[in-house]
Design a protein around this ligand. Structure first.
Ligand code: SF4
Length: 225
C-alpha cells in the first residue's frame, strides 16, 4: 500500500507523462494537455468526455459555461471544486469538439484508469455518455442510468459509480438542470455509504475491453469495471 505522499507523487509523474504524450493524433492538434485537476486525495471524482476549446487553451478541465454549472451544483451541496478531482476520458481536445474516436479512447484510457487507481475515490460521477459507457464497459446510455449508483471494483478498490448528465448537455435545458440538481442532491449521502471490502466479494468475469470486474450492490444492481 502506497502512502498518500507516494500516491501524490505518482499522480504528478503521470501528469508529466501525459503532458508529453503523442500516443494518438490529437497530440498534433491540441494546444495543451488537460490532465485533470483538484484534490489528489478526493473522495469524489467527476469524469467528463474531453476538453473543449477553453480547456484546451488553459489546460484546466471544465472552466467554461459547463464548468460554471458544475461549480454551481457542487456549491448547492456544500462542496467546491477544490474538494473534488475533475478529469476527462480524453486528455486532449478533439478538433471542432467532435466525438472522441474509439482508437483515441483506447490509447488514452490508461491515464484515466491510473488516475482513478491513484486517487482511489469513494464515489465517481461519470458526466454523460462517454465516461459512463467506458467505465461500465456497457453501451447503456446516460438517460437510462443517471441517478443510479452501483458499486464497482476498480484497480483493486471498491468505488461507487454514479452517472449524471454532462453539464454541457444540460446548459440550455432547464428541465435537465433540475434532473442534475436532484441527482447531485444524493451525492453527500452516497459519500457516507460504506463500500464493500473487495477481498470479501465474489468477483465475476472481467470485460475483455478494460479491467472490469462485477460485484453486486446491496440495492440489487450489478457494477462493472
Ligand atoms: S488524447 Fe490521450 S493518448 Fe491522445 S495524445 Fe492526448 S494524452 Fe495522449
Amino acid at each position: 500500500m502506497e502512502s498518500p505522499e507516494q500516491r501524490r507523487e505518482a499522480l504528478s509523474d503521470l501528469s508529466r507523462e501525459a503532458h508529453a504524450c503523442v500516443r494518438c493524433a490529437l497530440a498534433k492538434t491540441r494546444t495543451t494537455v488537460v490532465f485533470g485537476s483538484g484534490d489528489p486525495d478526493a473522495e469524489l471524482m467527476f469524469i467528463g468526455e474531453a476538453p473543449g476549446k477553453r480547456e484546451d487553451e488553459a489546460g484546466t478541465p471544465f472552466i467554461g459555461a459547463a464548468g460554471k454549472l458544475l461549480d454551481k451544483l457542487l456549491g448547492e451541496i456544500g462542496m467546491q471544486r477544490s474538494d473534488v478531482f475533475v478529469a476527462n476520458v480524453l486528455k486532449c481536445r478533439p478538433p471542432d469538439n467532435r466525438d472522441p474516436r474509439p482508437s483515441e479512447i483506447e490509447e488514452c484510457s490508461s491515464y484515466l484508469h491510473s488516475q482513478i487507481s491513484l486517487i482511489a475515490p469513494r464515489l465517481i460521477c461519470t458526466l454523460g455518455n462517454f465516461s459512463t459507457k467506458l467505465l461500465r464497459a456497457d453501451p447503456t446510455g446516460i438517460t437510462e442510468l443517471h441517478g443510479s449508483p452501483e458499486v464497482v471494483l476498480l484497480g483493486g478498490h471498491s468505488v461507487r459509480l454514479y452517472p449524471v448528465f454532462h453539464p454541457a448537455a444540460a446548459l440550455y435545458k432547464p428541465s435537465a438542470v433540475e434532473v442534475m440538481r436532484a441527482d447531485f442532491a444524493r451525492i453527500p449521502a452516497l459519500l457516507k455509504l460504506p463500500l464493500p471490502d473487495p477481498q470479501e466479494e465474489e468477483l465475476k468475469a472481467p470485460s475483455p475491453a478494460v479491467e472490469v470486474k462485477l460485484i453486486e450492490e446491496p440495492g440489487g444492481q450489478i457494477g462493472m469495471f
